[in-house]
Structures are given as structure tokens and as C-alpha cells.
Design a protein around this ligand. Structure first.
Ligand code: DCT
Ligand code: MG
Length: 378
């Protein structure tokens, strides 16, 4: 079921394949590993590592992320976390790994991850990572799960019925698509291309203008990857709060109503708040948090996107004459007194959040979630 969780980044693997095919060069930086005498211990917690967006080891981390995702799909938590942790640690290295010797003293690496690195080191044709993808899942499953609203279970069901392509799924008489999947197919091309920062800013302006109609002192904050200064994302995440307690109630409905009236709400799934003060601290496993939120698809007019000249030049010349682009948008409503925790939780990355919670639990005997920080002794 969808549960209250965020729809998973079903497009990621698809994108990874696209990226592999367009031959992104390996970093040719001259940064080298430090001499062993000058090695500073690297923390096993992502939240204690300084990590820039400049990843010198993309070859390895791509392989790890594909393998991790495969284990996650099979609900195999141990190896999943192992690969994600290793990927996150390696992203913090200020140099490119070129041999097994470079791994000495590094945390978060087990036999499995080391074996993959060893293969990648000897690999000139990126065949290791390609075989990782093939190992992971069949191409049809990869294709199907790249549709918004199609998870592993649905993809496997279609595969078992002998369906292999989008066309076969859509003409197959028995296929019953959910509203979400219908939107997923309808806007497939737009949703499986990256959202750029100028597009995220344009969406931000729309959301802010709409919220301000009702609540002039509301705070609308861009979170997720864009808050970490990533240049592209798979969606645009926002937190919305107001300083006066209780004023946030009913706001989301009003905002959605206006977007709908403007004809720019292509899809919307509202998840009501499940926050229960009397039962704190509580951790629902399948949900990220208890806030009221909506997973939406907005229609963004291209003329609203302010790009610099050089960014415009990158636009492929063969694109359609369509005047707009469908964009995945998440809106999360938080009470003001929980805003700080929500902001920390929604900024990500996933691994950073995971390790922040692990650090709180194991190193501080506290419990952190998107609502509060609890001291277990009090
Ligand atoms: N998050 C989390 N745990 C999850 C899902 C999300 O901690 N299971 C947090 C971390 C990031 C934030 O929510 C937004 O999630 P995404 O949009 O999925 O991630 P992102 O970092 O914004 O990446 P993308 O650029 O792909 O949107
Ligand atoms: Mg995001």
C-alpha cells in the first residue's frame, strides 16, 4: 500500500541508466589520498562528516546505490543499509579511490562493499556497474517502477502477466490503474526528467503567493535536495508553517483549492496528520512523520521559469512545443513549535537523517524524529 510514506523515487534507477548511457567522465581531479601519517579518522556517522556535492567516487557510489536499492526492494534491510552507509561514507572522501590501498582505515566498509570496489577498480568499461543493474532486476521491472505510483509489487504483477512495455500495460484489458498511476503515465516524460533549480524556484513562488493569500505571515521553505544546493532533483519539497499556533489548520485545503481553480493542479494526494500528542514518542515505521501533507503534480508554465542565458542554451532543441512541464511537488504543513525538527528532517539526505537518528540513539541516549528530540532519561 502507499501508506503515509513519501512515494519512493521510482524514477531514480531509470535515471541512473540514462546517466550510464551518456558517459559521464570520471573525475580527473589530481586529489590523492592522504599519507597515512596525516589521516584524520572518518566518523561512521554521516551527520559527523563534512560532505560536499563534489563526489570523486561516483563509479563506486552508483554501483552501491543500485545494489542497495535491490536489497531494499526485497526487504533485505541489512545489506541495504550496508551499501547505503558505504556509499555515503565514500561520498565524503576528498579524493578518488583508485586501489584497495586507499581504503585503509575507512569506516563503514564490509567484505561485500570492498569486493565491489575491487571489481570497479579493475573495471575500465563500467561493466561492473552495468552488471550490478542487471543483477538487480529485469529491465521491465525497472521500466515499470519508473512510473509515478508504480511500486515493486505492481511491477512484478504486470511482469507475471507477461506485460513488458507501457503499451502492453495500457492496452491490457484487466489492468486497473490507480489515479496516481494514471497521472504517472500521463506525465511520464516530464516526471522522469530532472527538475532544475530555476523550476523549483518558480514552483516556490507559486506556492508562496498562494499561501500568502490566506496567511501573510506564513513561512514557506524549500527543503529536500534543493536546500542542500543540489542543482537538480526528482521533486520539489516545501515546509509550510505559521507563527500563530493553530493558524496552519485548514491552510493546505485552501491552498489546494486555489491551485485547482487556477487549473495548475494535475494531481493531488492529501495525507491527513496522524500526530497524537498523548502517544509520544512514537515512531511509525512506514511513515516519515505525522504531519499533514500532500503529494502533488503541478503544471508549471515554462514562461514562469527564470533562467540565465547559459542554462537556456542547454535546453535540447528537439523538445516539444509544449508550454508547460509537470513537476512533482510535496507540501508539508507543520505546527510552528515543531518546525525546526521538521526542517532538519526534510532537508536530508536520507542517509544523513538515518545517521542523525542513529547518532542520537546510540551516542546520546536520545530519540530524534521530525517532531521533537526526546531525552530518554526524562
Ligand atoms: N526523507 C527521509 N526519509 C525518507 C524520505 C525522505 O529522511 N524515507 C527526507 C530526506 C530528504 C527529504 O525527506 C526529501 O525527500 P526526497 O525528495 O525523496 O529527497 P531529496 O533529497 O529531496 O532528493 P530528490 O532530489 O531526489 O528529490
Ligand atoms: Mg526532493
Amino acid at each position: 500500500s502507499m501508506g503515509a510514506g513519501k512515494p519512493v523515487e521510482i524514477e531514480k534507477r531509470h535515471r541512473l541508466m540514462v546517466r550510464l548511457n551518456c558517459n559521464i567522465p570520471r573525475s580527473n581531479s589530481s586529489n590523492t589520498p592522504p599519507e597515512s601519517s596525516s589521516v584524520v579518522a572518518i566518523s561512521p556517522y554521516a551527520c559527523q562528516r563534512r560532505t560536499s556535492l563534489n563526489n570523486y567516487n561516483k563509479l563506486f557510489t552508483d554501483a552501491f546505490e543500485v545494489l542497495a536499492e535491490n536489497y531494499e526492494m526485497n526487504e533485505n534491510k541489512g545489506p541495504y543499509l550496508g551499501f547505503m552507509r558505504a556509499a555515503s561514507m565514500i561520498k565524503s572522501l576528498p579524493y578518488a579511490i583508485s586501489s584497495m590501498k586507499d581504503l585503509e582505515g575507512l569506516p563503514c566498509l564490509g567484505d561485500q562493499t570492498k569486493a565491489v570496489i575491487e571489481q570497479c577498480c579493475q573495471d575500465t568499461e563500467k561493466s561492473t556497474i552495468k552488471s550490478c543493474i542487471n543483477f538487480a532486476r529485469s529491465q521491465s521491472i525497472i521500466l515499470f517502477t519508473s512510473v509515478f505510483g508504480v511500486g515493486q509489487k505492481t511491477a512484478e504483477k504486470w511482469f507475471r502477466k507477461g506485460l513488458r512495455t507501457f503499451e502492453e500495460v495500457q492496452v491490457h484489458k484487466e489492468t486497473k490503474l490507480t489515479k496516481m498511476q494514471i497521472a504517472g503515465f500521463l506525465y511520464y516524460e516530464d516526471l522522469s526528467s530532472f527538475v532544475t533549480k530555476p523550476e523549483a524556484d518558480a514552483i516556490g513562488q507559486i506556492i508562496e503567493d498562494t499561501v500568502r493569500l490566506f496567511m501573510p505571515d506564513a513561512l514557506v521553505t524549500l527543503t529536500g535536495g534543493f536546500r542542500r544546493e543540489k542543482k537538480i532533483g526528482h521533486d520539489v519539497d516545501f515546509l509550510i508553517t505559521t507563527p500563530v499556533p493553530g493558524n496552519e489548520n485548514g491552510l493546505l485545503e485552501k491552498v489546494i483549492d486555489v491551485l485547482h481553480q487556477q487549473g495548475i493542479l494535475l494531481y493531488c494526494d492529501v495525507v491527513e496528520s496522524t500526530f497524537d500528542k498523548s502517544r509520544l514518542p512514537s515512531r511509525k515505521v512506514d511513515a516519515l512523520d505525522h504531519f499533514q501533507k500532500c503529494f502533488a503534480i503541478l503544471k508549471l508554465l515554462k514562461q514562469k521559469v527564470i533562467t540565465s542565458n547559459c542554462e537556456e542554451a542547454e535546453e535540447p532543441s528537439n523538445t516539444s512545443t509544449k508550454e508547460w512541464k509537470a513537476i512533482r511537488v510535496d507540501l508539508v504543513i507543520t505546527p510552528f513549535d515543531q518546525y525546526a525538527f521538521a526542517l532538519l528532517g526534510w532537508t536530508g539526505s536520507r542517509q544523513f537523517e538515518r545517521d542523525l537518528r542513529r547518532f542520537a540513539t546510540h551516542e546520546r541516549k536520545m530519540m530524534l524524529d521530525n517532531h521533537a528530540l526526546f531525552d530518554k532519561n526524562k
